[in-house]
Write a protein that binds this ligand. Structure first.
Ligand SMILES: [Zn+2]
Ligand SMILES: [Zn+2]
Length: 288
């Protein structure tokens, strides 16, 4: 029935984990963040409501865990109204086909992310030579081939609204990937940032393992456009979020978040942009 759905040929389990793996945090009454190995999924909806949305779909082979997290929070046999993606990297769509098969729900992503989700285009190869960290070095094994979600995936509405989440709007935050989006709710300034920025130095195996909280730009090995990535952080900083759930690392709130974002913006070249790597133009850094 759903036999037309497929992962890429390079799809596989990735042996990386963290101390937070399997841990869930209620960041706000209707925002629940759960860590799958090294990546976060987010359940949006009050625990006592029937309606909820899943943001991102975890690592490969984590569908059982995601389903049980959802059922624990929303009740047995509960299912989300939709799965909405910040972007299509393997660690954010790792279990999406099993989830679609189990729940039979639509998926939404930014239009520019569609080629990677409909079998048309691979992501650029991760940069294993980029400055910093064992995760960058092991990124050679990360799946980049397109998955194919067929008719199950649809582009997000052009007007900035987010299906089933009327108080949120999506914000285009490219750089880490072309169709990367964040989700923002004005009334309480809650931000779901995806990988536009993260709160852990995702390139370093040890820091990923301990999840030491530290603002960082998008994960380096997969980021291909640093100028766009900077503009995206600028956009998000201007929103003055009160709480941020990022794709990697523990959620950050309040003064720490605001101060950290401001620092990231001011020192983007030092904190985020690698000193070398195949997606960094040499000329940009030659004066350093
Ligand atoms: Zn990513
Ligand atoms: Zn990621």
């Amino acid at each position: 029935m759903k036999s037309n759905l497929s992962y890429g040929e390079d799809y596989k389990f990735i042996p990386a984990t963290s101390l937070e793996s399997g841990v869930g945090t209620e960041v706000l009454p209707d925002l629940y963040c759960h860590t799958i190995q090294i990546v976060n999924i987010c359940l949006v909806g009050n625990a006592d409501a029937n309606n909820f949305v899943l943001i991102d779909a975890g690592m490969p082979h984590s569908a059982k865990e995601i389903i049980s997290v959802a059922e624990k929070r929303f009740g047995e046999n509960s299912r989300p109204q939709a799965i909405i993606l910040t972007h299509g990297h393997f660690d954010h769509v790792g279990s999406i086909i099993e989830l679609i098969e189990h729940w039979d729900v639509p998926v939404y992503a930014h239009e520019l992310e569609m080629p990677f989700l409909t079998g048309k285009m691979s992501y650029p190869k991760p940069d294993t030579t980029v400055e910093g960290g064992m995760v960058s070095k092991m990124s050679a094994i990360f799946p980049i081939d397109p998955i194919n979600l067929g008719d199950y995936v649809q582009p997000l509405p052009e007007d900035g609204s987010v299906p089933h989440l009327p108080k949120f709007r999506w914000i285009h935050t490219p750089g880490h990937s072309p169709g990367h989006v964040a989700f923002f709710r004005e009334e309480d300034k809650a931000l779901i940032a995806g990988d536009a920025f993260v709160t852990v130095k995702q390139e370093y195996l040890y820091k990923v393992f301990t999840q030491e909280q530290e603002i960082s730009g998008p994960p380096r090995y997969l980021t291909t456009d640093w100028e766009a990535a900077f503009e995206s952080v600028r956009k998000l900083e201007a929103l003055q979020p009160s709480v941020a759930i990022t794709g990697h690392g523990v959620p950050m709130t309040g003064e720490l978040l605001n101060g950290s974002l401001q620092q990231l913006l001011e020192e983007f070249d030092q904190i985020a942009v690698p000193d070398y790597g195949k997606y960094v133009e040499k000329s940009e850094k030659s004066n350093g």
